[in-house]
Write a protein that binds this ligand. Structure first.
Ligand code: SF4
Length: 164
């Protein structure tokens, strides 16, 4: 039997509803996925035993990027992943987590102290503003059929599995 593909699931600034969809899908796919997938990073599934980011075939990333710390982490995830998939509208286009990008000057002034206190960026960014994104799963929350299609595509892909 070939090796399992190594998958990570990561969440940045958002409401995490796509994570809920993902865990709901386990009701139907758990047995099959456990034979084919090693979830090396997925805080929703397991206490993370790795102190360092592990190499991954596929990284699913949910949420928008709102701080320099998040930007650094996203770049590390990109470095460690053969393919990176943006999950949900916040990751794909930045909205709706980027509402403050459209504030008028007075509104922006009112939140300035919060931005400074928590070291937030001036603007909220979508993933592709920072790293190369290989695939997008749009929707708010994500379109689950689109997610399954991409997951299955890479489970069956010679590009990713097995390692050439
Ligand atoms: S895309 Fe929608 S469901 Fe997903 S994190 Fe953003 S607001 Fe939540």
């Amino acid at each position: 039997m070939a090796d399992k593909i190594r998958v990570g699931w990561f969440t940045f600034t958002c409401c995490e509803d796509s994570t809920i969809i993902f865990t709901e899908l386990l009701n139907s796919y758990y047995r099959d996925w456990m034979k084919k997938i090693d979830f090396v990073h997925a805080k929703i599934l397991r206490k993370d035993s790795y102190s360092e980011l592990q190499p991954m075939d596929l990284a699913f990333v949910e949420g928008a990027i709102t701080s320099d710390t998040q930007e650094v982490k996203l770049k590390k995830i990109r470095e460690k992943s053969k393919k990176l998939v943006a999950i949900g509208a916040c990751a794909v286009i930045g909205s709706p987590s980027n509402q403050r990008n459209f504030f008028n000057p007075k509104q922006h002034e009112q939140i300035q102290s919060i931005l400074e206190k928590f070291k937030y960026k001036d603007k909220v960014l979508k993933l592709s503003d920072i790293v190369v994104v290989d695939e997008n799963v749009p929707g708010c929350p994500m379109d689950e059929v689109g997610f399954l299609n991409i997951l299955n595509k890479y489970i069956n892909s010679q590009l990713v599995y097995p390692e050439p």
